[in-house]
Design a protein around this ligand. Structure first.
Ligand SMILES: C[S@@+](CC[C@H](N)C(=O)[O-])C[C@H]1O[C@@H](n2cnc3c(N)ncnc32)[C@H](O)[C@@H]1O
Length: 357
């Protein structure tokens, strides 16, 4: 039934987080682009094709039709002066190039993923521009902050997701969330080469408590004491507040895996061994929802950067399924629609109005 699958384009593909999720939800990837060579390499090793390079150099006339466009694009300021001129205001930005492709292909659904900070970026102007640019090219847009820990992963990772559709706003309230959130310990490797800290390298705190976020901060590493700007006798507090020095319990969730932490300073306390060790790179990929069969880059720093930049697979998988239900409805209607769009070879598509229950 290959020909009946919904098609998607994977822009700013990274190592293919969207692709893993959407293929799992039975969508077919018809185009991808990614400028970074190390990411392209990983993408090739896992999916068998090399993404097109720079989005700014894509000739949109040669693009195949797709039903869904996904993009986790870098956040850039939009320097706009004067009155709003729709998405043409964003010329020169990567977002403008995404909009150009959207306008040309006119897919029924667009999904944009970003750090939640984008909502307040440039005093809220970035958000405003994203919304009015998409509206300008015929979409209704909804957005929500989604947290990986609500989708079966032991990671407190908040990302904003924009879903642009044609007629009816996407309802984020229908996404299936999983409660309670899982513990980190269910995702740990049981064997392998673990990097332990010596007991004199860390301090455990008394009476650790689970925070609302699900994190249980249990200790800190005894190093990197910041002396400048620190009041006398409070040096230990600077260690506690410095994220790479923190040690977390495996009974809770893990903080966000960031793309900037290229040496993987993520430390966990294992109660059975009364020991502190580093989270392994495989464990980092697991708590983003990547399968153990995923082939990572040969350079460890690249691996950390790439996974920190990725999307959470179960979040996007649930979104992909819910988009099918809300936008493309059930299989029969979907097949008809795909047949129409494919046989016409048109860039215009139709979107069904669904009386959603
Ligand atoms: C936040 S990451 C997206 C990661 C991806 N969603 C994933 O799951 O792995 C943004 C990506 O955009 C890529 N990028 C930046 N500028 C680009 C451009 N001009 N053309 C294509 N890709 C670009 C970066 O190399 C980076 O991998």
């Amino acid at each position: 039934m290959e020909g009946l699958k919904l098609k998607f384009a994977d822009l700013f593909a990274g190592i293919g987080g969207f692709r893993l999720a959407f293929e799992k939800a039975d969508y077919d990837c018809v185009f991808s682009c990614e400028i970074n060579e190390a990411c392209q390499q990983v993408y090739l090793n896992n999916f068998g094709d090399i993404p097109a390079n720079d989005i700014r150099k894509i000739d949109r006339c040669n693009l195949p039709y797709f039903d869904v466009l996904t993009a986790g694009f870098p956040c850039q300021p939009f320097s706009i002066c004067g009155r709003r001129k729709g998405f043409y205001d964003t010329r020169g930005t990567l977002f403008f190039h995404i909009c150009e492709i959207i306008e040309y292909i006119n897919p029924p659904v667009v999904i944009l993923e970003n750090v939640k900070h984008i909502l307040h970026h440039d005093k809220g102007r970035t958000l405003e521009v994203i919304l009015y640019s998409l509206e300008d090219i015929g979409y209704v847009v909804n957005y929500e902050i989604l947290n990986s820990k609500d989708f079966g992963l032991p990671q407190n990772r908040e990302r904003v997701v924009f879903v642009a559709t044609k007629n009816k706003k996407f309802d984020f309230g229908l996404l299936k969330k999983t409660y309670p959130f899982p513990n980190l310990k269910e995702f740990l490797c049981t064997s392998g080469e673990f990097e332990y800290l010596n007991p004199q390298e860390y301090t455990m705190i008394d009476n650790p408590k689970q925070q609302e976020s699900g994190l249980i901060f249990v200790g800190y590493r005894n190093k990197n004491i910041w002396k400048t700007g620190i009041r006398p006798n409070t040096e230990h507090l600077s260690r506690v507040h410095h994220q790479p020095n923190r040690i977390y319990s495996i009974e809770g969730v893990h903080p966000t895996i960031p793309s900037q932490e290229t040496s993987g300073r993520f430390f966990i306390y294992i109660p059975e061994e009364n020991a502190v060790r580093k989270l392994t790179i495989r464990e980092c990929y697991r708590i983003m929802g990547f399968p153990d069969s995923f082939k990572t880059h040969s350079n460890l720093a690249e691996c950390y950067k790439q996974i920190g930049n990725s999307v959470s697979i179960p979040v996007m998988y649930e979104l992909a399924n819910q988009i099918k239900k809300q936008v493309f409805y059930h299989q029969e209607i979907m097949s008809d629609m795909i047949n129409i769009t494919q046989s016409c070879h048109v860039k215009q598509s139709i979107q069904l109005e669904i009386p959603f229950k």
